[in-house]
Design a protein around this ligand. Structure first.
Ligand code: SF4
Ligand code: SF4
Length: 134
């Protein structure tokens, strides 16, 4: 058993049933803080990068987005970056590549599409599909 204080343990050092701390100190009005302003604890999954094992990634196309926020609501890993109800990108350090954001995106064509992890984002944007006819 580690002699470290539980607040110092990373998420992958915990035993089943452990109490997880979200923040290192009490936080008031957390919704008013952007992600980079929040004092995340090491046990918070925000501190764990998954970029090394993702095989597909979502690529975001700003030109098509209507800022509906569906992707932000449904992402299970808080990896959609939104400011003032405006979608601005994807946090690739935490995105696990599940594709849910792409599934819920309502535009035609979609404003998020999945591409192989190694694809350059500029190339992906250049190959975006045309609007589908009804
Ligand atoms: S692929 Fe999954 S984890 Fe990544 S941004 Fe989309 S919904 Fe979130
Ligand atoms: S779901 Fe699609 S249209 Fe809606 S905010 Fe996300 S990327 Fe933009």
């Amino acid at each position: 058993m580690s002699s470290k204080d539980i607040k110092e343990l990373g998420w992958d050092e915990l035993v089943p049933g452990a109490c997880l701390f979200s923040f290192t100190e009490p936080v008031e009005n957390v919704v008013d803080l952007t992600m980079d302003e929040r004092p995340y604890a090491p046990t918070n999954s925000h501190e764990a990068s998954v970029g090394d094992w993702r095989v597909e990634k979502p690529v975001y196309n700003r030109d098509l987005c209507i800022d509906c926020q569906f992707c932000w609501i449904f992402c299970p890993d808080i990896s959609i970056i939104s400011r003032d109800k405006k979608m601005i990108g994807i946090d690739y350090d935490h995105c696990k590549g599940c594709g849910i954001c792409v599934e819920v995106c309502p535009t035609n064509p979609k404003s998020l599409l999945m591409f192989p992890e190694q694809t350059d984002n500029e190339e992906a944007l250049a190959s975006w599909p045309e609007k589908e006819k009804k």
